[in-house]
Design a binder for this molecule. Structure first.
Ligand code: TIU
Length: 218
């Protein structure tokens, strides 16, 4: 069984029951001039994940891992956006440089070109931060007998954390890839990763992508 050197200890996984989850690598969050940058964030903090994630995706595909992508966003009429979310994110649905912000079907809502999903890879649209809430993710994982998740994407302390915490409660073993998850805030990146692996792996494990790629190629 492939085993990865990880924090707080080795992470072993069976490729046939492991999915590579790519969370919200959307233009709205990652493109210069997009929504994320318009909030005053430094998108370079997220863009550094693109290269390692491209390599990890290629290795995951070659090893036959199930690949699942997610996108955060809402219906054009915003009927699935809680008013409480809209009050603190009034730019949601407004016209931005890449179309209406975080609205399904808009250019900015879609996944960046470098990480475009391949045919047959599920793309899970989610209205919340977590990938389980109001989505079919649990059914998709169950149908394929998935037990372990290799988790990547943005942002570390928001959508990645919310997803990993719930996945942990649902019984999945989660390996978070530190160079393939990104936060606009370096402090949150550092602490967010520490929180995953603390207390003997309270939410899961943390490793870097070269270690996972090496294990997949064994
Ligand atoms: N995908 C995700 O993390 N959504 C966010 O809104 N993240 C922020 O860090 N704002």
């Amino acid at each position: 069984m492939p085993t990865v050197e990880a924090d707080p200890g080795p992470f072993s996984f069976a490729p046939e029951s492991t999915a590579l989850l790519v969370i919200d690598m959307q233009r709205d969050f990652l493109l210069p001039g997009g929504f994320g940058e318009s909030l005053g964030n430094d998108v370079a903090q997220l863009r550094c994940t693109i290269e390692p994630l491209t390599a990890l995706l290629a290795a995951g595909r070659a090893a036959g891992l199930k690949i699942i992508h997610t996108r955060e966003g809402h219906l054009p009429d915003l009927s699935d956006c809680p008013p409480a979310k809209l009050r603190r994110g009034p730019m949601i649905g407004k016209e931005g440089r890449f179309g209406r912000i975080l609205i399904r079907g808009e250019y900015g809502h879609d996944i960046i070109d470098e990480l475009r999903p391949e045919a047959g890879e599920p793309v899970v649209d989610k209205p919340g931060k977590g990938a389980f809430y109001a989505t079919d993710l649990s059914k998709i994982l169950d149908n394929d007998g998935i037990k372990s998740l290799i988790v990547t994407g943005v942002t570390t302390e928001v959508c990645v954390h919310t997803t990993v915490r719930e996945a942990n409660d649902r019984g999945y073993e989660c390996l978070v890839i530190k160079d393939c998850v990104g936060s606009y805030f370096p402090e949150f990146q550092r602490v967010g990763l520490r929180m995953i692996a603390a207390q003997g792996g309270i939410f899961g494990w943390v490793a870097d992508s070269p270690a996972v790629i090496a294990a997949l190629q064994e």
